[in-house]
Design a binder for this molecule. Structure first.
Ligand code: FRU
Length: 481
């Protein structure tokens, strides 16, 4: 039984003002004793982090919000926690950005995106409300952030007239003179869908209906939708629930992330025109609710939650849960979304060390660049007792095996994930940070993002014909207590 099943609803929905300083101090103390707490990934100082929210480049900085439950490492009362950075090395901690302090968001300020206009960042979020019978009603709401960083709510802009109670996670962009919004929704037929709304003024929104694709029957709910253009193509990105696949690779996690590349959205027919087959960006164990935004240099940047709903990672014993992925730049190549770690992360890299067979680790925050043309290879992270996680490849497949970790969890969803190997000759980047591994395979056409738990991680070893170059990674700054 998971630690978290002991929490009552009242405990989960405890507000931040009701948490004593002693309790917060105790959680921070526990978290600081956790050797799995990352140093160059964003994680909560205590409590639970889930989706990235309100990502935007505004007033000379990247702004990152995330879903945060302060009371403990559980899903409960959700806030938006706010950070900003100019360079992804130095961060400013702004504390809570949005509180659940209105009737319409009485049970949580749920996920959403941001739109930058003139001198404001406009934040769209879902007001999650429950009545005395625990019946949920969801509305799409707006807040505005000024250049001084002041955030003010402006209330509900969309009531739910078309979907079930599952209606959340607005993402807005500008389209000519109009604004468009996608919302993750469940249709009355209990199907996942991406609902589209249109507005001239950001306050009055007209329901256009669900975006039409060949996948109108895929799963029972699509969370965290995103819709964007790269070059001349359009991309639907979303987190579907209730989907599976017979092939050995796709949709093996409790909930999934998928994307569809197409030509464009026809606003008359609502068809996503000339679209390709659905694809999966990540083949690891823990990747969910990604969101993207454009920065000042025109880069489309993606950040995901390294975690999944309904799964408790062992870090809950240390009073924290969830972290954000590294920010990744997106491109499109051969119909695939291609992800690469932002070059800013190079500033964290230490000197290059060539790895021959085995390397005794003096830090567990590092990255490795592997160049290989070998049919088979193996990359192992282990402790002295031989507990390990293994990333390996055959000519046609990659495999990530976490069946021999010190602390196993979510085994009911399997301990191995596989991804297709698109070519034998490859440069692969592996980012390791205490208890998270992000592997960029197939030239970034896929990633494998996962948590892992090995006590006293000490050894890295490689087998097979490859060149592997190691760099330690230093901590990001500004987020410590
Ligand atoms: C996805 C999600 C969203 C929702 C938020 C609540 O992980 O369930 O759909 O807005 O988390 O925290």
């Amino acid at each position: 039984m998971s630690l978290n099943s002991n929490w009552t609803v009242e405990q989960r929905y405890c507000r931040v003002e009701q948490i004593s300083q002693d309790s917060m101090d105790a959680m921070v103390k526990q978290r600081k004793q956790d050797s799995g707490y990352p140093s160059y990934h964003i994680a909560p100082k205590f409590g639970l982090l889930n989706d990235p929210n309100g990502l935007c480049y505004f007033n000379g900085e990247h702004h990152i919000f995330y879903q945060w439950t302060p009371v403990g490492p559980v899903h409960g009362m959700k806030y938006w926690y706010h950070l900003s950075t100019k360079d992804f090395v130095h961060f400013e901690d702004h504390g809570i950005g949005l509180h659940p302090d209105q009737d319409y968001d009485s049970h949580g300020v749920y996920s959403g995106g941001a739109l930058v206009e003139n001198d404001e960042a406009i934040l769209f979020f879902t007001g999650n409300h429950r009545d005395e019978n625990w019946e949920r009603s969801s509305t799409q709401c707006v807040a505005k952030m000024s250049v001084k960083g002041q955030i003010e709510k402006h209330g509900v802009v969309i009531e739910n007239e078309h979907y079930t109670e599952h209606f959340r996670d607005p993402k807005v962009w500008k389209d000519g003179d109009d604004y468009l919004m996608v919302v993750g929704a469940q249709t009355q037929e209990k199907r996942g869908s991406m609902a589209l709304y249109r507005s001239r003024d950001l306050m009055n929104w007209q329901h256009k209906g669900s975006i039409q694709t060949r996948y109108n029957n895929l799963g029972y709910m699509w969370e965290c939708p995103d819709f964007f253009e790269i070059d001349t193509q359009s991309v639907m990105l979303f987190s579907p629930q209730g989907i599976s696949s017979d092939n050995p690779y796709d949709f093996k996690n409790i909930y999934s992330v998928a994307y569809i590349v197409g030509d464009c959205l026809n606003l008359d027919s609502m068809e996503f025109e000339n679209h390709q087959d659905i694809a999966q960006p990540d083949y690891g164990f823990d990747f969910y609710a990604p969101q993207t935004y454009l920065d000042d240099s025109g880069r489309r940047i993606l950040i995901a939650w390294v975690g999944l709903p309904d799964i408790d990672a062992p870090s809950v014993a240390h009073q924290w849960a969830g972290m954000l992925s590294l920010p990744r730049e997106l491109k499109i190549q051969d119909g695939y979304l291609v992800q690469s770690a932002l070059p800013e992360s190079k500033a964290l890299q230490g000197e290059a060390v060539v790895v021959e067979n085995t390397l005794e680790l003096n830090t567990t925050s590092f990255m490795i660049e592997i160049e290989t043309g070998a049919d088979k290879f193996e990359f192992t992270l282990a402790n002295a007792a031989g507990e390990n996680i293994v990333f390996s490849a055959t000519e046609t497949e990659f495999m990530l095996d976490r069946s021999k970790m010190s602390q196993l969890y979510a085994e009911e969803f399997g301990c191995v994930r596989k991804a297709p190997r698109l070519s034998v000759e490859q440069t692969i980047e592996v980012y390791v940070d205490k208890s998270v591994i992000e592997i960029f395979i197939n030239g970034g056409k896929h990633t494998m993002t996962s948590r892992f738990f090995i006590d006293d991680l000490k050894l890295l070893s490689i087998a097979g014909d490859m060149e592997a170059v190691y760099h330690s990674m230093s901590s990001i700054k500004g987020l410590d207590e």
